[in-house]
Every structure is written in C-alpha cells, then in structure tokens.
Design a protein around this ligand. Structure first.
Ligand code: SF4
Length: 318
C-alpha cells in the first residue's frame, strides 16, 4: 500500500473543529480529525460561511417540497436558496481541481446533510426526508465519489466500507494517469479481484468482461464505465458469507503448501469468522502469514489483504 501521497477528502469544516456553526460552535469529530486525519488531506468546506453568512448567524431550515425544498431562516423567514445554489454550483467546479476521493458531510444540516435532513411542510411539521442544498449539488456533480456522514461513520461496517472505497478510488485514479491506461486497468482488475469479489461476484464478472474486451469502447468510456461498476460494487456490503467465500478461494492457492494441521487451523479460523465469533482481521492475518511464508505471487498482489492502513484497525470490528 502506497501511503506516501495522502488521499484528498472533502469534509464539512465544523467536523474538524472549526467554529463555523450558526451558534459559533463546532462539531469536532476526534476520529475524523486525529485518526483518519493522519492518512488524508482534508479540504474543509462550510457552505454557509463560504456563501457569505457570518458566525453567529440565524439558523436555517429546509421548507417545502422534499425533492426541492427552500433554504429559509427560522425567524426572519428569508429565503436564501438561490444564493446557496449559485454558490454551490461554482464551488463544486472549483473542487473538481482538488481530485477528491470522498466527502464526509455533517449529518442533519440543511446545507451539508447527505440524507434524512428535516424538511418542514407549510404547517411547520418536519419529516426526515431531505438532503442539504450543498450536499445535493455535490452528489449530483460527483456521482462516483464516495460520500458519508459523521454519524454513520461511527458504525464499524459503514466506516470500513467508506474508507475502503476512498482508497480504491485513489488507486483507480492512477489508472487514467499512467501512460498505458488499458494495461493499467487490466492490472487493476487483477490486483483488486478478491476485493471486488468480497462485495459482489456479479460485478466482478461484468468488470472482467469489460477489461477482456478493451477494444469495445474508447479508453475514456471504458475507464468511466469500469469506475462506475467498481464504485457500485464496493458500496455493497462485504458480508461474513461473501468474505468466507473469498477466504476459502484463497485457501485453494495453498493446496500444495499447507500441511494438514496448518490447513485445519485455517479452516477453523475461517469458520469462527463465518459464525461471527471473531473479526475479519484474524483469518486475514493468518492467511497473510502464509502468503509471506510460501511467497504466493498472485495473492501477494491482492489489495484484499491490505485495502487500507492497518493502523485504522477497521477490520478489527467487522
Ligand atoms: S454543517 Fe455545514 S454549513 Fe453547518 S457549520 Fe458545518 S460545515 Fe458549516
């Protein structure tokens, strides 16, 4: 895993501890700032402050139609939707130059919330069905960039999934940057095969067909379609059942190497993982040990064994 060049991630500025909230406060998230922050370069964005509102300021609400609500101040009832939308459209174009591999939004915000933001009807009754104005424009502009919210990232499964996707997208970005993108995409498919399989064998097949016939599409369209499928696949949960299939598949590469007691030990550990008695890191560590011991060339290159920095301990909890 190449850690030299950090991944760029967009983030709602208040999550880094910047005092930009309407009441002058912040929403510092220690995991995001201090732990994940060691591996990424953040690009902080506070839509309300960047759009010209001061701190402190009157709070906003989303009001009206759930799919296109208006951004309105709670007391003065001023409508700032057009101002925010115009700023957001310009800002996402600037952000394009940053080469982001993901964005972490502050949940619940009428500007930054990614989902389930309260939208009030004309009687003042809220329903958690909206999307913050900036978050919506960001996701429309960058449909393939992984996005998550601070609260959801406290769930170990969602956290592992999101971080795996941002690292995969960074690896994928290198495919189009190299001198021979068609060669690079075939290599990418080879090295990420087991990772994709752990999320969706169906997508793996479709992506395999795509790279087997690189002449069918122009290189740019091929890469775009491949990236679309990759992000779609990795978004699907890697369940214990799917991971067990991959682990058993890997075991097949050691048919001639492992002695009966080693094989038995791996089988027992994989079964304990399948029954959710131990976390994924345990069988992965054991298999990685045999990959090194027997110098298994194909498995050595698999990102599945090392999809994100070990220090984040993401597989200790899934
Ligand atoms: S939620 Fe978004 S708009 Fe609100 S303070 Fe945080 S970054 Fe700014």
């Amino acid at each position: 895993m190449e850690n030299a060049e950090k991944i760029k991630l967009g983030i709602s500025a208040c999550l880094l501890g910047q005092s930009v909230r309407y009441n002058g406060g912040h929403q510092l998230d220690h995991f995001l700032k201090d732990t994940l922050g060691k591996f990424v370069d953040y690009v902080p964005v506070c839509p309300e402050v960047e759009c010209g509102f001061g701190v402190p300021r009157e709070a906003f609400r989303l009001i009206g139609k759930p799919d296109r609500p208006r951004l309105i101040t709670i007391n003065a009832k001023q409508d700032f939707t057009d101002l925010m939308e115009t700023w957001a459209r310009k800002r996402v174009e600037e952000i394009e130059r940053e080469g982001l591999c993901g964005f972490i939004f502050k949940g619940g915000s009428p500007s930054s919330g990614m989902e389930r933001v309260k939208v009030y009807d004309d009687k003042g009754v809220p329903a958690k069905i909206g999307v913050g104005i900036f978050a919506r424009i960001f996701m429309e502009h960058f449909p393939l960039i992984p996005v998550e919210e601070d609260g959801r990232l406290h769930d170990p499964i969602l956290r592992e999934n999101f971080i795996e996707r941002i690292f995969a997208l960074r690896r994928m970005a290198k495919v189009s940057q190299g001198g021979n993108p068609l060669r690079a995409i075939v290599d990418f498919q080879t090295h990420n095969k087991l990772l994709i399989m752990s999320h969706s064998p169906k997508h793996l097949q479709e992506m395999g067909r795509l790279v087997a016939n690189t002449k069918a599409l122009a290189p740019k369209s091929l890469i775009n379609r491949y990236q679309e499928l990759l992000m779609e696949a990795l978004k699907l949960k890697a369940t214990p059942r799917k991971n067990t299939n991959v682990l058993m598949h890997m075991l097949g590469y050691f048919k001639k190497d492992l002695d009966p007691s080693e094989k038995q030990e791996v089988l027992e550990i994989v079964d304990e993982y399948r029954r959710e008695l131990i976390p994924l890191i345990v069988p992965i560590t054991l298999i990685s040990h045999y990959v090194r011991k027997y110098d298994q060339p194909y498995l050595k290159e698999q990102t599945y064994l090392n999809p994100h920095p070990l220090e984040l301990q993401l597989r200790n909890h899934v």
